[in-house]
Design a protein around this ligand. Structure first.
Ligand code: ADP
Ligand code: ZN
Length: 435
């Protein structure tokens, strides 16, 4: 039996969904044109008027918005309504530069929480569950979003926020948490701490985890599922479109269903802006079709992924997006080769190492250098220096095969790399210091 939070939407026919999208889009473009001068200027510049947008087919006529626009218009320039109608502000994590803020009316908060509720129900959540929210609370959208969704589902909600990992585990045991929500890197850390405390997955009642806010690989998923004894579900979102819950995974674990009744996704060629067909990799663009306070049209996320309308066995008809492998600006260019940190993570975990690693890029004698620091597992720690050096060479060879360039691998002692309680910082690019 499949459970849905809003089956009439999640399982709507394509025609029904298009009808919703067309109506909302036409109204939204008018709303933005009349209320957001910044975007009206962009439309005027492109010679597009609200009358040109009659359906989703006309979406491509609208101008894009980028993070640079958001910084330019900071803080109020993209507001779609009077400030007195807004009830909340959240902010990005500032992973790639200056933070931007987003505004919400009560209706915006309500719809956002519905999206998170859909994700929790898709992960098997009901009003009998105890949902431990270990995303950060505050300006970051993770905690507040899942907290609201958990309430809507009727779960008993534990607003733990992140950090204090032993206490997380103690509450998990005492209060019988069945669902945990946090970043994947923090989930891995909780799994590691559980083991360090001499506990096994059977000693806790968790059955599912809802993890997102940062890229994570399939290898990392399996690792977390094993260490916590759960099924791990992906959830995606960004502050600019509301927060987590823009898309979510179902029991198939094969990509995330986009909440298309609120967000229309497109994939574009990041260099030319051309819209690409489904099943093609490119940059993800979202149009919020019913947000009141922060109604972004054609917002370029810089996240790289693929959209697919292949039928999903869960019964949902919502389009699916693949796991973003990283943002276009996470991509490192090392000796002319494009490298995503997630590719290195894939190799490390499939070679049996822990997900605790650090990538350092620098420049020496006009050549880029790539150093990968990886923790030895406690069992390997007693190995001789010679054995460790053999392992370093083996790992370097496996990474070379994946990337096409050779790194220097440093196997370091267990627990020597800082653990993440929120979004993990895995890359230090020292070349920037020399520029
Ligand atoms: P910041 O952009 O400063 O990190 P946000 O907290 O709004 O601010 O983060 C949104 C970004 O986080 C997304 O654009 C995406 O790059 C990343 N992200 C969110 N969820 C996922 C996910 N499930 N998988 C991969 N990346 C994700
Ligand atoms: Zn599905």
């Amino acid at each position: 039996m499949q459970n849905y939070y809003q089956p009439e939407i999640e399982c709507a026919s394509r025609e029904e969904m298009l009808k919703i999208q067309n109506e909302k889009l036409v109204a939204q473009v008018k709303h933005v044109y009349e209320n957001v001068k910044y975007y009206r200027d962009l439309m005027d510049e492109k010679g597009v008027t609200p009358d040109d947008i009659k359906s989703v087919d006309d979406l491509h006529k609208l101008p894009f918005l980028t993070k640079a626009d958001l910084r330019d218009a900071y803080p109020y320039g993209l507001l779609g309504t009077d400030l007195k109608n807004c009830v909340r502000i959240q902010s990005t994590s500032g992973t790639t530069g200056k933070r931007v803020v987003a505004f919400y009316t009560q209706k915006d908060v309500d719809l956002w929480e519905d999206c998170c509720a859909r994700a929790i129900v898709a992960a098997g959540g009901t009003n009998e569950d105890v949902c431990q929210v270990a995303y950060g609370y505050g300006l970051f959208t993770g905690g507040p979003g899942l907290n609201g969704g958990s309430h809507k589902v009727g779960c008993l909600t534990l607003p733990m926020s992140s950090g204090n990992t032993e206490r997380q585990i103690q509450f998990m045991q005492d209060l019988h948490s069945t669902i945990i929500c946090c970043t994947p890197s923090y989930a891995a850390y909780i799994g590691e701490t559980l083991k360090d405390m001499g506990l096994k997955p059977d000693d806790i009642d968790l059955k599912a985890g809802i993890f997102g806010a940062e890229p994570w690989t399939e290898e990392m998923r399996r690792d977390i599922e094993k260490s916590l004894g759960i099924k791990a579900y992906d959830i995606y979102g960004l502050t600019e479109t509301s927060g987590p819950g823009v898309s979510f995974e179902c029991c198939e674990q094969g990509g995330m269903h986009v909440n298309e009744d609120h967000f229309i996704p497109e994939i574009i060629n990041p260099d030319t802006g051309e819209v690409l067909p489904e099943e093609t990799k490119g940059e993800l663009v979202f149009t919020s079709i019913d947000k009141e306070a922060f109604p972004l049209l054609r917002y370029r996320t810089r996240d790289i992924c693929v959209l697919s309308r292949k039928k999903c066995s869960c019964g949902r008809t919502l389009i699916r997006m693949s796991k973003p492998m990283g943002r276009s600006d996470d991509m490192l260019i090392i000796r002319g080769v494009n490298v995503f940190p997630s590719q290195i993570e894939t190799v490390l975990l499939s070679e049996g190492y822990s997900p605790n690693y650090m990538i350092e890029v620098d420049r020496a004698n006009n050549t880029d250098t790539l150093d990968v620091y990886v923790e030895l597992n406690p069992e390997q720690f007693s190995d001789t220096v010679k054995a460790v050096s053999v392992k370093e060479k083996e790992l370097a060879a496996a990474i070379t095969q994946m990337l096409g360039i050779r790194p220097v691998v440093h196997l370091v002692s267990p627990k020597s790399i800082t653990r993440s309680e929120g979004k993990a910082v895995r890359v230090v690019d020292k070349r920037k210091l020399h520029d």
